[in-house]
Design a protein around this ligand. Structure first.
Ligand code: GLU
Length: 411
């Protein structure tokens, strides 16, 4: 059975690159009807922080990445140390003069090689790899040792991770052979670059997943955007998590770095915003906005609001633009022509009800949209909202519109 895992170190915020790694491991496991594990690599007590652990779990929850098992690496410390003893006692490792324990690299052959599921054959000249640390002087294991032992212990068959780990993989392969571990298949995915082609760095770019979520991007949009960085998913434009499982093909991962194009994310986000159900839309409304808008009909026009939003954080603003002027009951200055027009509109709609097709009745009476649009938009939303006139009638309701027209007629 295929077993994959995501193994974050809780030493910093959860970033976009890690999210992609987590998802690829998840998709690969599900595609192969295997298991997906989450292992929090919390052995570095000084740098690990519970806040970051919680952030990982929260993001897994938001993105619906269900794991079969949750493991905390620090619980395995005694096992790591047993293996360290074993390596030292068989002279495969030794304590160096300056303290750390090092693995003795065997340089009998000119190259170290292994088959990577994405990169193909990885071949590194032996003279470029020196004996490497596997534990500190206090016998706490380094990443290279603990990560490998846990993978073996949990019967992990496949590891998908960023290609900044390629040299670590070569080292772990050496260790794995020395310890007679089962073979693990590694796949290294290209790093993510910014639009200018530079490595996406925590310092120069916003890379935290939470920042994007808070900034107004939906999880579905982020999911779609991030999975496409480096893999084309059969060119299917919008996928949910189950569709992504079906069309995921790890071997089609590109070798060149993927470009983080925020415009693409904006485009995807706009698409998914328009797909929101009314009840999901409501979840984004602030309490006060909900109260204010309750006397009008939002449901039939909420998609028009979403058409005007690039981020969910803009929803409230767009709704406010609709009702704010109306609620103030202000009477704007109008000229004689406008007043005549309002009178004519009022005469016609005075006998109409909400279910009547107001716009076509007005048109039949010589008042087509192009004649009345401007004045209706002026006295209802004061040009603040660009929502179609037809939707303005629906949102406020014909009775409210009649009253509003009357305000301008009675003098
Ligand atoms: N804890 C390591 C990291 O966060 C795990 C790398 C791996 O997937 O093996 O980089």
């Amino acid at each position: 059975m295929i077993i994959t895992r995501f193994a974050p170190s809780p030493t910093g915020n959860f970033h976009m690159g890690s999210l992609r790694t987590a998802i690829y491991n998840y998709l690969y496991a599900k595609k192969n009807k295997g298991k997906f594990l989450l292992r929090i690599e919390d052995t570095d007590k000084e740098r690990s922080n519970k806040i970051y652990e919680d952030e990982i779990l929260k993001i897994f929850d938001i993105f619906n990445l269900q794991y079969d098992n949750l493991i905390y690496q620090s619980k395995n410390l005694s096992i790591h140390q047993e293996f360290l003893e074993k390596l030292v006692s068989t002279d495969l490792a030794y304590q160096s003069e300056d303290g750390p324990y090092k693995f003795r690299v065997n340089k009998d052959s000119d190259y170290f090689k292994y088959e990577d599921l994405i990169l193909g054959e990885v071949k590194i000249p032996s003279n470029t790899i020196e004996d490497f640390s596997i534990a500190r002087s206090d016998k706490t294991p380094t990443f290279i040792l603990s990560n490998l032992i846990d993978d073996d212990f949990e019967n992990v068959t496949n590891v998908i991770r960023g290609n900044d780990h390629t040299i670590n993989t070569v080292k772990q392969k050496m260790l794995s052979n020395a310890l007679n571990f089962k073979e693990i298949h590694y796949a290294h995915i290209p790093l993510i670059h910014d639009i200018k082609g530079k490595k996406l760095s925590k310092r120069d770019n916003i890379t935290n997943v939470e920042d994007y979520l808070n900034d107004g991007y939906l999880a579905t949009s982020i999911f779609n955007f991030i999975i496409k960085l480096g893999n084309n998913f059969n060119d299917i434009e919008f996928l949910n998590i189950d569709e992504a499982v079906k069309s995921f093909n790890l071997s089609k991962t590109t070798l060149s770095p993927a470009k983080f194009d925020i415009e693409k994310l904006n485009f995807i986000n706009q698409y998914y915003l328009k797909e929101l159900s009314f009840s999901d839309f409501n979840k984004y409304l602030e309490k006060d906005v909900k109260n204010q808008v309750s006397s009008f009909k939002l449901e039939p026009i909420y998609k028009d609001i979403l058409e005007r939003c690039h981020k969910y954080t803009e929803i409230n603003f767009e709704v406010v633009k609709l009702y704010d002027f109306f609620k103030k009951n202000l009477v704007l200055e109008i000229d004689k022509n406008e007043k005549d027009l309002i009178k004519k509109i009022h005469t016609i709609i005075n006998n109409l009800h909400d279910n009547d097709n107001t716009l076509s009745i007005l048109e039949k009476n010589g008042l087509p949209l192009k004649k009345i649009g401007k004045i209706i938009r002026k006295i209802t939303v004061n040009f603040e909202s660009k929502i179609p006139i037809e939707k303005i009638f629906i949102f406020f309701g014909i009775e409210n519109i009649k009253e509003r027209l009357l305000l301008y007629i009675n003098d």
